[in-house]
Ligand binder design. Structure first.
Ligand code: IDC
Length: 360
């Protein structure tokens, strides 16, 4: 009996020991498996970080700057840093429609480092928006869609010298643009390219305010740039009569061979009075769009704009036989332009952008 009991205890002990050993082995295995899992997770995290870094490296200017706004006399980005955009204006939409393409926009972004493009929708002149609203609008929408896709900013320009005579049409157009695109930070509105000799206080300011009211129904914050008297030169006349909206800039247009110190003096007055300026159009040529190129004056202007963080678009992406056209006659509408297809102006402006714009 004693013997049997001893044997039972002995066998039971062996069973317990073997169980616990098995348990240890099983536990070890589980731990090992867990460790393997942890390592795998860490690996994945590292991989994900690397991917994120790569994405950051190839980020677009709109991802980097985000929502723009106006602060004092500067345009600032989503991190409150003053920024400066440099890009190209397309020519009148009704006369140079072959460049209202995603190919042109993509090429300007990738080969010229452009951070902005301007769609200049002709209004009154032959076959502009007033006679062909749907087809002109479609061209502008193509450019806006392409700019959003390319991650650059886009100015929607009502390219008119008589816009206050067609207020209802301007309100309809900008209302539609704001409804369709107002949620994109890419959009900048330019409500009146170049008024002629009409009063800021009596005509232009009320015109802009009416259009701005329409835009703001759908887009509360994208920047609106307002044209000033005599071909958008008199930004100084805005002082004391600013538009009551947080995100307004005022257009200054210059042509370097014609306009020099006088125009910079108007700009300086405005800047000193906390007015934000946006050069939505300039040429390195004479004001006619043709004539000679004044390289020294072009450089003086660029220094002035850089010192004051003023954004610009150059006139123009066109293959017309005039010195402000960036392309030689016959250049195709889908980009891919070789350097020999650039004019003196086109080449100067591209070099300036490549030197100074961030690369994405
Ligand atoms: C010019 C074009 C020219 C065209 C003319 C028609 O360069 O080929 O015949 O328009 O009016 C502006 C205007 C812009 C002008 C440009 C050059 O915004 O439309 O383009 N310019 O004259 N303001 C100052 C100069």
């Amino acid at each position: 009996m004693k013997k049997t009991l001893f044997k039972t205890i002995f066998l039971y002990s062996i069973f317990i020991i073997s169980c616990s050993t098995n348990e240890e082995i099983i536990n070890d295995t589980i731990e090992e498996e867990n460790q393997e899992e942890v390592v795998t997770e860490e690996d994945t995290q590292v991989e994900e970080q690397t991917e994120e870094e790569t994405t950051n490296n190839t980020t677009t200017v709109v991802e980097a700057y985000g929502q723009l706004s106006v602060s004092d006399n500067k345009i600032i980005d989503q991190n409150n840093n003053a920024i400066q955009l440099r890009g190209m204006s397309l020519f009148w939409s009704q006369w140079m429609e072959q460049f209202y393409t995603s190919g042109t926009v993509n090429w300007l972004q990738s080969d010229w480092n452009a951070t902005i493009v301007r769609a200049s929708m002709g209004v009154e002149d032959s076959d502009g928006y007033l006679s062909n609203p749907e087809s002109e609008k479609a061209k502008v929408f193509t450019v806006i869609d392409a700019a959003i896709e390319a991650g650059i900013y886009v100015i929607v320009d009502w390219h008119s010298h008589y816009a206050h005579d067609h207020l209802e049409e301007a309100k309809d157009f900008f209302s539609e643009v704001a409804q369709k695109y107002g949620n994109y930070p890419n959009i900048i509105y330019e409500t009146y390219n170049e008024p002629l000799d009409v009063s800021w206080v009596d005509v232009l300011k009320p015109y802009h305010e009416s259009v701005i009211t329409e835009i703001r129904k759908y887009d509360s914050n994208n920047i609106i740039v307002c044209g000033t008297r005599t071909w958008s030169q008199r930004v100084d006349e805005v002082v004391g009569n600013e538009i009551n909206d947080d995100n307004i800039a005022y257009t200054l247009h210059y042509y370097a061979s014609t306009h020099k110190d006088d125009l910079r003096a108007y700009a300086t007055t405005a800047i000193n009075n906390n007015i934000a300026i946006f050069v939505t159009e300039f040429g390195v040529t004479e004001a006619s769009g043709g004539g000679y190129i004044d390289v020294d004056s072009a450089n003086t202007w660029w220094s002035f704009l850089d010192e004051n963080d003023i954004s610009w678009c150059n006139w123009s992406i066109a293959d017309k036989d005039e010195s402000s056209a960036a392309l030689t006659p016959g250049a195709n509408g889908e980009g891919n332009w070789s350097e020999s297809e650039l004019t003196t102006s086109g080449s100067m402006v591209r070099t300036e952008m490549l030197a100074k714009n961030p690369t994405y």
